[in-house]
Write a protein that binds this ligand. Structure first.
Ligand SMILES: Nc1ncnc2c1ncn2[C@@H]1O[C@H](COP(=O)(O)OP(=O)(O)OP(=O)(O)O)[C@@H](O)[C@H]1O
Length: 310
């Protein structure tokens, strides 16, 4: 259980909520949007306790997309996004040309304009995720809360949606809070991070504050995973069984290191009196020197299979 929270997400910023499975991210988002009552304390938007708002007033101020499956019935994607306008449409519920324009903008923003006329029930997981995000954008609220909005998206779409949410916050001014497991992307793009660590403590700050304090490494480092604070990236921990004298042009060296690391080998520069055991040329030609003579594997796959026996 998360206790003693004193967190502020700022208008005009993208705040990401990070933490391991079961840390309480979804529960926190449900509490922030008023679906769960806080066990103590209050959630305030612009200083006002959201629990004092009527459902309609809350819907005007706060949009939320959770991970629960929604049943869109027979609605098209456009109609589903249009629901986002309802807190603003007044008694008749009729959409004005301005509302229709906002719905078009929201569908465009998440790259889902081509899905507008499709039955929402038939959309793929990633397509549905975009459309639900568009519905939240169409709501034009002060606060947008999204639980794992990139979970079903392919890699380019994850980057595009995360950057879109950051730019949306910057350009239009809402407060955007998003939970995600896309750690590296979040640490690169987000303005602020709320990081739930393994003990349930929530650290907040710019990504760089939490990288520097060691909170990111402490929370996510594991037997096979290590966070590199210099590059802000995660890498696999691999035991090195041997260092191999090898040469490669700068453009190919990182690939050679990766391929050899998978086989438990580390590259080292050959000594002056030593011939490299592995030589990689800019053309992509490999030379392996063994006791039986030189061999020329056709690519990284053959190279890896050869050195696996060393
Ligand atoms: N309805 C519920 N009843 C009982 N326990 C629950 C309920 N919902 C969540 N929990 C528990 O609360 C804890 C936090 O769950 P929550 O879904 O908030 O985690 P999370 O950080 O979003 O995890 P994940 O990254 O896996 O989505 C978990 O141990 C979970 O089992």
């Amino acid at each position: 259980m998360l206790t003693d929270l004193r967190l502020t997400a700022r208008a005009g910023e993208l705040t990401v909520l990070l933490g391991p499975n079961g840390a309480g991210k979804s529960t926190l988002l449900r509490t922030l949007c008023g679906l769960l009552p806080p066990l103590a304390g209050a959630v305030r938007v612009a200083g006002r306790d959201v629990s004092h708002d009527s459902a309609l007033a809350r819907a005007r101020r706060l949009a939320v997309v959770l991970t629960d499956r929604v049943d869109p019935g027979l609605l098209s994607a456009r109609e589903l996004v249009s629901l986002g306008r309802h807190p603003h449409t007044g008694f008749t519920g009729r959409l004005t040309p301005t509302d229709h324009g906002i719905v078009r903008w929201a569908l465009d923003a998440v790259d889902a304009a081509h899905l507008a006329d499709r039955p929402a029930a038939e959309l793929s997981d990633g397509e549905r995720q975009r459309v639900l995000t568009a519905r939240a954008l169409a709501q034009e609220p002060e606060v947008i809360l999204l639980d794992e909005p990139t979970a079903f998206l392919d890699v380019p779409s994850r980057v595009a949606l995360t950057v879109l949410l950051r730019d949306l916050a910057r350009d239009r001014g809402p407060t955007v809070v998003v939970s995600t497991h896309d750690l590296e992307l979040a640490l690169r793009v987000a303005d602020a991070v709320w990081l739930v660590d393994r003990t349930g403590l929530v650290h907040s700050g710019a990504p760089e504050d939490l990288i520097r304090s060691g909170a990111v490494a402490d929370t996510f480092d594991a037997d096979h995973l290590a966070f590199d604070a210099h590059t802000g990236t995660f890498g696999l921990r691999r035991p090195v069984r041997e260092e191999v004298p090898a040469t490669a042009p700068p453009a190919l060296l990182p690939l050679l290191e990766r391929a050899l690391a998978r086989e438990g080998l580390a590259v080292r520069a050959p000594r002056t009196d030593e011939r490299p055991r592995i030589q990689c040329e800019a053309s992509g030609r490999f030379t392996l020197r063994t006791a039986d003579g030189a061999r020329h594997p056709a690519g990284f796959h053959e190279l890896a299979r050869e050195v696996r026996a060393w």
